[in-house]
Design a protein around this ligand. Structure first.
Ligand code: PLP
Ligand code: SF4
Length: 371
């Protein structure tokens, strides 16, 4: 083991705005915010990358912009509701060793770092991540790898955090190499906001590391609005594709960001046009001080129903709920199919009209009844 490891573990803070006063200095917030938002700054980390800062520059009221709203703090964050929790999806209940969350039988989350390129105001892990936090210690890293090695049922490892693409290329290379050496691991997934929020980080060194993986790499980027697809984001995504990564997107349904059909349609279509498959649209998790982003499930369902059939099926993600208490994710689906009696179903088409469907197979007669 080489001796540079401890140095390497120290966080190289990416260039970004971190304080309310920085945001005011860059015209992202009015002067009054220095006093009004002091409380927020003390509780939740702030992080705006250079890329995002440039994207927001020159916009009037950037705190109401669909991109600005994702990153610019608001006094509403201090309004913590009784149902909001520090660990809304109970990661800690399912963590057998530090850094691993093993909730489903065949796959684990491997939280390699607690640092991100940006800090999203609605983050579901907002109380576990941030500047005070660190990458996983060398000892915990080794234990996590050992856990994966010892559990043959683990088919897929999902690198997350924090943001795994914040790791130094050397550390990322080591992580991917060690996972490649475990026979039962057949898929490596990387959940990251870096290609969207700090695309310059997807450089040749990083791409060379990803390219070396024998196992398929599946990169799931976090993006919530079509405006985030800038020219440099598109080119980072294209470079990831050239480095043998298959690309997916996850988004969070957020009030004031993407809670209308046009915004969702624009986002999903832009993603597909750039070879990124919309995977999940998450219902907001109940993290502290995030209720001003809440969109009711009924509204989410009705927007997804509006899009069903009207836009290309490729563009449609699944709308997902992560059940508090650690019970896992489930699709929030419109009931298009109701069982009326064996083999007979009431089905609704995409325009809302009802039909009867007889599910006839070799075992049913013409009346649609069992043989
Ligand atoms: C979300 C999540 C996964 C991934 O679930 P998929 O449905 O496969 O995307 C895996 N483990 C945990 C603990 C999760 O929260
Ligand atoms: S990038 Fe992900 S983990 Fe980091 S703050 Fe945003 S939502 Fe949270």
């Amino acid at each position: 083991m080489n001796t540079c490891v401890t140095n390497e573990q120290k966080i190289k803070a990416p260039r970004r705005l971190r304080k309310i006063s920085d945001l005011v200095a860059h015209d992202l917030l009015p002067e009054s915010a220095v006093v009004d938002l002091r409380g927020v700054e003390q509780v939740f980390d702030i992080g705006i990358s250079d890329h995002v800062r440039v994207l927001l520059s020159g916009i009037e009221n950037p705190e109401n912009d669909p991109v600005g709203r994702q990153y610019i703090p608001s006094a509403k964050e201090l309004d913590v509701k009784p149902h909001e929790e520090a660990d809304p999806i109970s990661d800690n209940l399912y963590s057998p060793v530090s850094g691993i969350v093993h909730r489903y039988p065949d796959r684990v989350l491997f939280k390699v770092t607690n640092v991100c390129a940006v800090y999203c105001r609605y983050c579901f892990r907002r109380e576990m991540i941030g500047a005070g936090a660190e990458h996983l210690s060398e000892q915990d890293f080794d234990k996590a790898i050992e856990y994966i090695r010892d559990h043959k049922e683990i088919w897929e490892v999902i690198l997350t955090g924090g943001d795994p693409l914040i790791l130094s290329p050397r550390r990322l290379e080591k992580t991917i190499r060690l996972l490649n050496d475990i026979d039962h691991v057949q898929s490596i997934r990387i959940h990251s906001r870096v290609p969207i929020a700090d695309p310059a980080k997807i450089d040749d060194t990083l791409l060379a590391v990803l390219k070396q993986s024998r196992l398929g790499l599946h990169v799931v980027v976090h993006i919530n609005h079509a405006k985030e697809m800038t020219a440099s984001v598109k080119s980072a995504l294209q470079n990831l594709r050239m480095a043998n990564c298959s690309l997916y997107a996850q988004s969070v349904l957020l009030k004031g960001v993407n809670d209308n059909v046009e915004a969702l349609e624009g986002l999903f279509k832009t993603l597909i046009a750039h070879h990124v498959k919309p995977y999940y649209l998450h219902h907001l998790d109940r993290a502290k001080g995030t209720s001003h982003f809440h969109v009711p499930i009924e509204r989410g369902k009705s927007m997804m129903a509006d899009l069903q059939g009207r836009i290309s099926g490729l563009c449609l993600p699944k709308y997902m709920l992560d059940i508090p208490g650690g019970h896992g994710k489930i699709p929030i689906s419109e009931d298009y199919v109701r069982t009326l009696s064996p083999h007979i179903y009431g089905v609704q088409d995409y325009q809302g009209c009802d039909h009867l469907y007889f599910d006839r197979g070799p075992e049913t007669n013409n009346q649609g009844e069992g043989a």
